[in-house]
Design a protein around this ligand. Structure first.
Ligand code: ADP
Length: 477
């Protein structure tokens, strides 16, 4: 072993999804990019489930010839470890049939799988087994799917690993029926209001908050918001109780993967607006939209109420009646599909794709003039940062991480290192429409628009600053 490696502290980064292996949202992007920013400092491994959808051959994922049996509620579950190295980072995959052999990660588009408590309990216990096999200095847990680990470490009593738990979205807490308590390998004494109990049910996320050495969320503003009833989804009191160990660190984006000057997924790599126009032209053709001079508005995101899809639907016809083009790329709740489709059929300047498609999202970022993010709440949000670096001005509800990462264009300061966009304060159709009117006006005064967009493209949205903050936090644990 090299001297360097001997001196490095070790980090196990645990997530239920990691790009490019498995992704449903921003957590996968963070779990891909943050460990890359940390692996020079720490001997880092990233652990995730080996879902059936992961292509083992494509990523040269091989068996680590390390298997063990977990016994939960007197039932044995076989676990086998797999591994690979990808873009300089080491990955450990946990394979257990019940956890992995599914079409989706967490559930069908209409509901979560009924045995998710057990599935992710297996994931958490397998992580703890890794911590027993190798004494990691730090384990970084993310969201409810790995939130039991700090509790299980306490239960095991002989593991010294320090833990950091990151909340990416408090709206998903992993809440299950009381009966699940007996399936998840947790001592029933933990079923109390200071730990797992939540209105008579079992809440995985509470275990992470209660027992991790430190808790972070993905933006400073969201860290404040989640101490209030409007954003805490019932955990405001519990989080306030633990607020001394809670802080917010803004996510970054992976500037290797989301980089217009290197992006292989787009028509023409670019670092100026003339080159960007080549992408817009190609994409308009692809989407059968007309009018290169008209502003192109884009929405990319999960179809859930969180993302403000209802607001988007409310303003869509009004916006479509203006001189502009609109593209919507999203998947998720089917109830949103029909109304958007119906409106899109009436307007030739709307193009709608109900799907998840990573390369297509890159082509849209590279072509759009404005990105729409009317989220009702947004822990951090990555789209607005991706959009800014691809020269699309974000129009955002001033909430959560959007407020931290997008500055009001009216207060533009060329010296600032931060990105600019259009913010609206109240999440209703009126305010959103006003913001859209402002956008149309801004686009007419092309000079001002161009200054803002060029400024944004030069801003640093990478992980480098935030990774430093995480390192500082690990060292303080
Ligand atoms: P979330 O709440 O979904 O985690 P984020 O803004 O943190 O939201 O991250 C969303 C990520 O998923 C971004 O990389 C965005 O480009 C991508 N994304 C969302 N929906 C789609 C889609 N339908 N097709 C392709 N990429 C998508």
């Amino acid at each position: 072993m090299s001297k360097e490696l001997v001196n490095k502290k070790s980090l196990l980064f645990c997530a239920s999804e990691v790009y490019p292996f498995a992704k449903t949202g921003g957590l996968a992007d963070v779990a891909h990019a943050l460990p890359r920013a940390l692996c020079e400092t720490y001997d880092t491994q990233v652990v995730l489930p080996l879902y059936a959808s992961i292509d083992k051959d494509k990523y040269s994922i091989v068996s680590l010839k390390n298997s063990f049996t977990l016994t939960l509620n007197a039932t044995p579950y076989e676990v086998e470890l797999y591994g690979c190295k990808h873009e300089g980072v080491e990955y450990v995959f946990i394979y257990s049939a019940l956890l992995c052999e599914r079409e989706y990660l967490y559930g069908t588009p209409t509901q979560g799988y009924g045995d998710n408590a057990l599935r992710f309990a297996i994931f958490n216990h397998a992580i703890v087994e890794l911590l027993k096999q190798k004494e990691y200095d730090f384990a970084h847990l993310n969201d409810w799917q790995s939130a039991l680990v700090p509790l299980l470490i306490q239960q095991a009593k002989n593991i010294q690993t320090k833990t950091l738990f990151t909340i990416h979205n408090l709206a998903y807490q992993g809440v299950f029926a009381y009966e699940e308590l007996f399936n998840i390998g947790v001592n029933s004494s933990y079923f109390n209001i200071d730990a797992l109990e939540f209105y008579g049910k079992v809440n995985f996320m509470k275990a992470g908050i209660a027992y991790a050495d430190a808790v972070t969320t993905v933006s400073p503003n969201y860290a404040k918001e989640i101490l209030t009833p409007a954003f805490a989804c019932g955990l405001e009191g519990f989080l306030s109780h633990h607020k001394n160990k809670l802080s917010g660190i803004l996510n970054g984006i992976d500037t290797e993967h989301f980089n217009p000057s290197k992006d292989k997924l787009i028509e023409q790599t670019f670092s100026n607006l003339t080159q960007k126009l080549v992408n817009k032209k190609a994409y308009l053709k692809e989407a059968k939209l007309r009018g290169i001079k008209k502003p192109l508005f884009a929405f990319i995101g999960r179809f859930t109420d969180q993302k403000g899809v209802d607001l988007l639907i409310e303003v869509l016809e009004d916006l479509a009646s203006q001189e502009c083009n609109i593209v919507i790329l999203g998947d998720g709740e089917e109830r949103y599909q029909t109304p958007i489709k119906e409106i899109a059929q009436k307007h030739t300047n709307i193009h709608f794709e109900f799907k998840y498609n990573e390369p297509l999202s890159h082509r849209i970022y590279a072509s759009a003039d404005f990105l729409l993010m009317p989220s009702l709440f947004e822990p951090c949000g990555l789209n607005q940062m991706i959009a800014m670096s691809y020269g699309a001005l974000p129009i955002v509800h001033s909430v959560g991480g959007l407020k931290d990462s997008v500055q009001n264009y009216k207060r533009f300061n060329a010296e600032s290192q931060k990105g600019y966009g259009i913010l609206f304060k109240t999440p209703n159709a009126d305010s959103f429409l006003k913001a859209l009117q402002e956008a149309l006006k801004l686009y007419e005064s092309k000079k001002e628009y161009n200054i803002l967009v060029k400024h944004n493209m030069l801003c640093d949205f990478s992980w480098s600053k935030s990774a430093q903050l995480y390192k500082k936090l690990y060292e303080e644990l």
